[in-house]
Design a protein around this ligand. Sequence first.
Ligand code: GLA
Length: 410
Amino acid sequence: MAEFSARDRLRLLAGGGACLLAACGGGGASPAPTATGTTAPAPPPTTSGSTDGNSGTGGTSSEMATGQLRDAFASNFSVGTAVGVSRINPNDQSADIAIDQFNSITPEWSLKANNIAPREGEFNFTEADRIVNWALDNGMRVRGHALLWHESTPDYFLQGTPTQIRARLENYVSTVVDHFRGRVDDWDVANEVVSRDIYRGSDGIGPDRRSGWFNAVGNADYIDWAFQAAREANQNARLFINEDNTGDPMIQGWMIEIVRRLLDRGVPIDGIGHQCHLPLTADVNSVLGAVDAFNREFPNLVTHITEMDINCYNDPGSCWESNTGCQADIGAEAPASLLADHARLVKSVMDGLIARPNVESVTFWGVRDSDSWLNSSPVSRSNHPLLFDRNGEAKPAFFAITDPDYVIEG
Ligand code: GLA
């Protein structure tokens, strides 16, 4: 049975599918305190620079005020971004924008198991500490992502008997959660554990994904083990199950089944994470409907939107499966009509999220368009999924969601 890649998420959406989104609940999020409880330092000034947008020191729009993004949602939810460790060097434009506009950081790769524990018996927190401390020192909170994800699981985790696998997983989870206790207290514990057999066009085998974890253990008990170990390591941690395509009825149903099973067994779970990797054609009602569905089923769980981006290509499934039939590269300069469509979608989603008080955190999966994984998945091509362009200029979507008087043109 095939184990589907996370990158195939959009295959489902090719042709205009549902949303991938998670939600959490909670009150407004004021800028987070630093690790030491002090006030965040003033953000560094943004600079102006290159036009290739992939490096350099391009400036943010002169029309953009410091904190405009986080302030716009200060009474609703925190606004986060994913950042790779390579971005947090002095004068990196994406890092400067992150500090200037966001109040939550998700390390894009640094907290995954293949980074922290690539070899059995060795834990290396150097990179993870660096990015976590950078975020905290700049007044941002940190979402821990992700303790258990089949795509970032080193092979050795799955070797041996289920008892050995359990001991290894529990040791990993408790060591990592304990290491960051007080610095990282929100964790995506289980990432993408819902079945993807829907991609085969069959009725699928659900609810549990037949991942390497499932196959090695023989069932989905590994999910329980990870949550329990995380809670034991940090009683104050809030523990999330994170998933994409939660707007898809089958995936949504399966995920609800898994969450209900976990809660029935007394497994500690505090929140639902909706990734929200959306196609430009996303149905906003489906995206928001996913938030509502989980809130209805599990009113005590909070909702986080964990990985929002908008893929501007609408490829057939073959592009994701075999890199064939992919749409042509539209280039590094997005046409005005695309920017307008992007802005309208982001605004509709954010307007809907504002109206849902159980949503307490919304994270965009990157700062500038050039940061995005969608420039290389499923094929190498310029994509335009985020709030800032390659030059670090705020896009129409940024102004559409932060300025009530802004009119989207095009
Ligand atoms: C999944 C993972 C993320 C990230 C993205 C894009 O959504 O949860 O951590 O890796 O894929 O690559």
